[in-house]
Structure formats: C-alpha cells, structure tokens
Design a protein around this ligand. Structure first.
Ligand SMILES: Nc1ncnc2c1ncn2[C@@H]1O[C@H](COP(=O)(O)OP(=O)(O)OP(=O)(O)O)[C@@H](O)[C@H]1O
Length: 685
C-alpha cells in the first residue's frame, strides 16, 4: 500500500490533516481550560462534597492532558453512508477521526471520536472481504507528535487489491522503551473481538508469549469502562497480576487510556488476612491448593453447629415460653440445608427462634407484634442458646486448628484427603496463635475460603486475571468469589505454567473459577518476539505443552538470535550486555535466581549500572538484572540470557525448568543473545 509522505508542504491532504490535528489540540486545550475554570464554590454545600467534586475535576483535567508524543488521533474512517449519532458519540456524519479520547469543539461537535465508540470498530475490523460500509480507512504516521505520513485503503473499491499496511507494520515493530504502552492504534481484528466482548460473559484467552494477552486484557478494561461506565463505577474493576513488578510494568497503560480508577492486586494481596512469613514445600502447597480443601473447610466450618439437646425456656414478664429441642433442631436443620453463609445463618437463628416463641404466644391468645419478636430475639436465654448451637467461627483460627490438630483434620478430611496428604499439610510444630503462626501464601488462601464460608465475599463488576496458568484451584476459587455477580477476563499460556499446580486445561480452571460457560479464545500471532527467536524457543513446546499452537511472529528482525558457547561465561555475559547496550532501548539480563549474585558482581566489576525488575529505566541505566523467576510477563528490547541449563536446574522438576526457560527465551523484542558454558538442554542443542 502506498504510504504518502510529505513532510515539507502544508497544502494538500497532509496539510488538511495537520490542520485538523492542530484544531483538535486547540479544542482539547479549551476542554481542559473549561475543567480548570470550574468554580465549585456555588454548587457545593459542604466540604465533603467539595472535596469529592474537586477530586473528580482534577481527574478530568488529568485525563484531558495533551501528551506531546501520543498522537491525538491515529486514523480516519469515511463511511459510504451517514452514520447515526448513536454510534458516533453524538456526531452524525460520514467521516470520523479515531483517537484515544473524545474531543469536541466549542459547539460540542466531535472532532475526535473515542476508539471505543461503536463507530470506531470498523477501524479495527473492516477488511476488503467485510468492508462494514467503510469507503476509506486512513492510517496516520507520526514523527515526534506531527503527522508525517498517511496510508489509504479503499475498502469498498473492488479494483483496489487488499494489501498489508506498512504503517501498521512499522508501528508494531517500533522498539519499545520503558513500561508497557497502549496498542489502540494497532489492535488486531482477533484481539478487538476479545476487547469488545460484552460485560455479561467471561472470556478466557490462551495465547503464547507476546501474543498480546496482557495488552488485550487492559484494553478490555478500558473498553468495558467506556461502554458500562456507570455500572462498573458502582461495582468496581480489578486487574490481578502475578507480582508487584509486573503490575508496575503495566501500570501506565490504563492511565494512558484515560482510565484512572482501576484497582490492581496480586492474588496474595486479595487474601491478605494474615501476615505471610512461612513457605510450603511443593508437596504440601499442592495439597493445600487442591480444590478438595474447599470441602474439608466446609465440613470444618459446619461442624461448629451442634444440635440442641435441651428445650429453650424464654421468660417474659410472668410467663414462660418453652420451645422443645426437636423444634429447635428443625430450625437448625432448615438453616443448614439452605444455601446461605454460616454467618448469615447465625444471624438469622435468633429471629427464627423468636418466631417459634411468637407462634406459641399467639396460640395462647396473645397478639405480639414485630417489636416483641425483636425483643425475644435479644433475650438472654435465646442469645445463650444461639451461642451454644451456632457459635461464631474465626476463619484464621479454624485453619490454624486444621493444620495443627491431627484429629480435627482427620475428622473433616476423612474420605477427602488420604492420610498421607493429611500428614503432608499438618505443621511439624503446631502454632500457638494466629499471630505467631508462620502462615504461608497457600494458608492465606485457605483462610480466605473459610472467611467466605462465614461471610460472603464482596463481588466486583469485572476482574482481569493475568498469568492465570500459575494459579492453584484454591486460588482460582479465591478470584472467582470476587466476581460471582460480575464477569472475568482470564489470560494465560499453559506452556508458561511454572508452579507445581499449574493449570492443565482451561476448562478445569474455569470450573474452579465458577465460570464454566466462559468462551475460550486462542491468540497465535506474536507481536513481541522476533521470528527466529520464537522458533528457537518453540523447540521446547513438545516437551512442555504438547498440542499448543506455535506462535507465528509478525516481527522479521533477521539476525535477532545469537547462541554463544563460552569458556568464560561471566565475562562473555557482561560483554553481551555491553554489545546490547550499543542499541537503543531496554536490556534485560535474565539468569537463574542462584546466578544473580555472581552476575551482579560481574556487572559491578565492569562498571555497568543495573536495575532490579520493576524499576523504571532511565536514559543512563537501561540494563535490568532479572531473576528468571520474575521474568514472566515482562519484556525488553534486547535480552541476554545467561546459562539456560542453570535456569532449568533452578526448578524442582525438568518440565517446570524447561517452562521457566521458555519464559526467559521469549522476553526479547529485538534481539536475544544466549551465553552458555554448560551444555544446552537437548531440544536447544
Ligand atoms: N496489536 C498490537 N499492536 C502492537 N503491539 C502489540 C499488539 N499486540 C500486542 N502488542 C505488543 O506485544 C507485546 C507483547 O504483548 P503482551 O505483553 O500483552 O503479550 P502476552 O501475551 O501477555 O505475553 P506473555 O505471555 O509473554 O506474558 C507488548 O509490547 C504489546 O504492546
């Protein structure tokens, strides 16, 4: 497709487009000035309202910032027929500029349409086969914030052949510096379908390294917040990532899209009922993360209910009312059979008992009203009975007892966990108190499950779960209860699962999440890793995830892979880092966790400054030293991978080791240098 370049003249189509850009920027400035000029003194009666309103205004001002290097619009659509105002943010017409946010002129007429508006969708979806009523799609090329090129596709013109877009290719292949950025200008049709799928349904995306899962998940949040703003403002949206450095890495994307109010957390953050100071060995973590633990906990919680052995006597004034034990038992059984939480049933019990007393009063000719029922429910004898029958349960104490008391565990795990499994999870040294116990991350998840059995967990409107393949069934349940009444976007790659409990199939995982009817989509086009590099890494696929489709990269970059055998690996790794630093962009030195101290010394010895994962790169320090265990989800322009066999050996079993290696091999955008002193794993040799 011909790219029109005309950096000098301001006449002609390019000149007109530049004029529209200048006018749009002026309009955006006016919108910002309007927001800045808002005087809230007249409209707010108290300081709380004033503070809330001021905060909203400040956020709006922030979202109206004109970022010099972020083009205000990146495309233009001309329709064959006029489009109604409903699809186009209030503007009816046949030509629209598509950008990151909506911009209107002084009369309120749109100058730039939000990429998420219905009228923008053909920018991503239309093709020669399916023109979607588009006559012309124009893409803009920018240099330093100024339009310097454009490219046209006449989608409804049968005489023009379909071609691939050079601007699109250039934009996709542009080196990336710093944290992750948005992809609004280049979202691909199959990605767009996921981004725009409805709020009602859960979507699960299986995709190899660099297929844009994280990017798609974040853009889906931005889309949902646009399409269902009010509902999600009420119910909340949450993005869950594997660790802090990953969350830090993606942190910029949503604000760049104007979305500032999305929570971010790790699964550990969600279940932080206790301080985690201990760890589990793989065997006990495996059992603790197994979904059968939910049944053990359910039984243990319910075991606190004991059937009343005696009748209850309630004294009111000169009269005594007796509720026989069998009737109390009926009430208790009825509550146990109902699908309500332990705590809710406990709260309902006094009223049920009081009702039984009231029935007796009525039978005796009295006419008690609701106030009498409330008073009876608060009666000391009723309270004492409730305490005996349905005592309060503290979730952390319950889990503490299960892990400390072999008999208690055996009672509730019978027929669910084998004796050996029970022994595996019992603490060698029973803990004395919740405070002093050395809780592990898996224990915290058990406490969360127990807490939900007692009190229903609050559900959000939408949850995005990234790197999902590493979650245990119990962790999936913890995430699932945070979106019981909402929906989820589940993103992951079965080949990158590096926990002993890693997901084997998405169907199974979705079952644990409580979203069995989710749609599973697969992304196979790779936007990060160059073709040669992904082909090399994919040699591991048959041993780590047979049956998965190999990623096909959109990045050519010939010469992007170099595998070097070395007799002095530490020195050669440092040399490879220096070589990579000669290029523009970020450099990641990835190594087995155990090798980090040695390499840190080697870098220091050579006078090379470096960062830890999650630290912001600066023009002076572009090199990050990354332990293999933290490389997941991250990317660097150039990667130096130290000693693959050490990466494999750092894991408890070979398959996990090879998966860790697969992750490390797939972090590079432009080039990968592998340095090894030891023999390479067989598939790579
Ligand atoms: N349509 C696109 N246009 C341009 N860049 C894209 C597109 N889709 C994805 N990318 C870029 O490709 C890179 C990889 O994307 P992302 O990190 O979302 O992949 P991922 O599938 O989550 O990878 P991993 O499995 O390794 O975590 C990112 O830099 C992202 O911005």
């Amino acid at each position: 497709m011909p790219v029109q370049e005309d950096p000098t003249r301001d006449a002609g189509p390019l000149g007109r487009e530049r004029a529209h850009l200048a006018a749009s920027r002026a309009a955006l400035r006016a919108m910002r000035e309007d927001a800045e000029g808002l005087d809230i003194r007249d409209v707010t009666a108290n300081w709380v309202n004033a503070a809330v309103l001021q905060h909203q205004i400040d956020e709006r001002i922030k979202s109206l910032a004109d970022l010099a290097h972020t083009p205000l619009f990146f495309g233009r659509l001309t329709y064959l027929h006029p489009v109604g105002a409903e699809e186009a943010e209030g503007a009816a017409g046949d030509q629209f500029y598509i950008g990151r946010r909506h911009v209107h002129d002084a009369d309120g007429d749109p100058m730039v349409i939000d990429w998420r508006a219905p009228v923008s969708q053909p920018f991503y979806q239309a093709s020669k086969q399916k023109p979607m009523d588009v006559a012309l799609r124009r893409r803009f090329g920018y240099t330093g914030g100024e339009i310097t090129a454009y490219e046209d596709e006449h989608l409804s013109d049968p005489s023009e052949a379909a071609q691939t877009s050079k601007l699109l290719q250039q934009e996709i292949e542009r080196p990336r510096v710093g944290p992750m950025r948005d992809i609004v200008a280049t979202i691909q049709p199959e990605q767009d379908e996921i981004v725009r799928s409805g709020l009602g349904g859960t979507v699960c995306v299986q995709g190899g390294p660099g297929t844009g899962k994280t990017a798609v998940g974040l853009h889906r949040v931005a889309y949902l917040l646009y399409a269902h703003r009010e509902r999600l403002a009420r119910t909340g949206t949450l993005v869950i990532g594997p660790n802090k450095s990953f969350l830090h890495y993606i942190e910029q994307v949503l604000p760049a899209l104007g979305e500032l109010e999305v929570q971010q957390a790790t699964v550990d953050d969600l279940v932080a009922h206790v301080e985690v100071r201990g760890t589990d060995d793989a065997a006990s973590a495996l059992v603790k993360g197994d979904a059968r633990m939910a049944e053990v906990l359910r039984r243990a919680v319910r075991s606190h209910v004991s059937m009343p052995a005696e009748a209850l006597m309630v004294v009111r004034g000169s009269r005594r009312w007796r509720v026989p034990a069998y009737e109390l038992e009926e009430i208790v059984r009825e509550l146990l059979d109902r699908d309500i939480r332990y705590g809710a049933a406990r709260e309902a019990l006094p009223q049920r008992i009081a009702h039984a007393v009231l029935v007796r009063m009525e039978q005796a000719g009295e006419a008690p009203d609701d106030r009498v029922q409330d008073a009876v429910a608060r009666n000391t004898a009723v309270k004492a009975a409730v305490k005996a029958i349905w005592p309060p349960v503290d979730p952390a104490k319950l889990v503490l007892r299960l892990l400390s008391d072999a008999d208690f565990l055996a009672e509730h795990a019978e027929g669910v966990l084998s004796e050996e499994e029970q022994r595996t999870i019992l603490w060698a040294k029973p803990a004395r108190s919740v405070k002093s116990a050395k809780w592990s991350a898996a224990d915290a998840v058990l406490i969360d499950e127990a807490a939900d059995l007692v009190t229903r967990t609050h559900s959000l409107g939408h949850v995005v779960l990234d790197e999902a393949q590493d979650l245990s069934p119990m962790q999936y349940r913890a995430v699932g209860r945070r979106c019981t009444t909402g929906s989820a976007t589940v993103l992951g790659d079965l080949a990158q699962g590096t926990t002993p409990w890693a997901t084997r199939s998405w169907g199974e995982a979705l079952g644990h999440l409580g979203k069995q009817d989710a749609v599973i989509e697969e992304l196979t086009a790779g936007f990060r890793v160059p073709r040669e590099v992904i082909a090399y890494a994919s040699r591991l696929l048959p041993s780590i995830a047979p049956g998965l489709t190999e990623v096909s990269s959109v990045r050519e970059s010939p010469g992007s892979l170099s595998v070097r055998e070395s007799s002095a690996p530490d020195e050669d790794v440092v040399a490879a880092c220096m070589e990579s630093l000669a290029h523009e962009g970020s450099i990641g030195l990835i190594a087995a966790d155990a090798r980090i101290p040695v390499l840190a010394k080697a870098l220091e010895g050579a006078g090379l400054g470096y960062l830890g994962p999650g630290e912001e790169t600066t023009p002076d320090t572009r090199l990050t030293l990354v332990p293999a265990s933290l490389a997941k989800g991250l990317e660097y322009d150039y990667v130096v991978l130290d000693e693959p066999s050490a990466v494999v050996a750092g894991e408890p079993d070979e398959r996990t080791g090879l998966r860790r290696l697969y992750v490390a091999l797939t972090r590079a955008v432009s080039g990968l240098i592998v340095v090894h002193g030891e023999p390479l794993p067989e598939a790579l040799g």
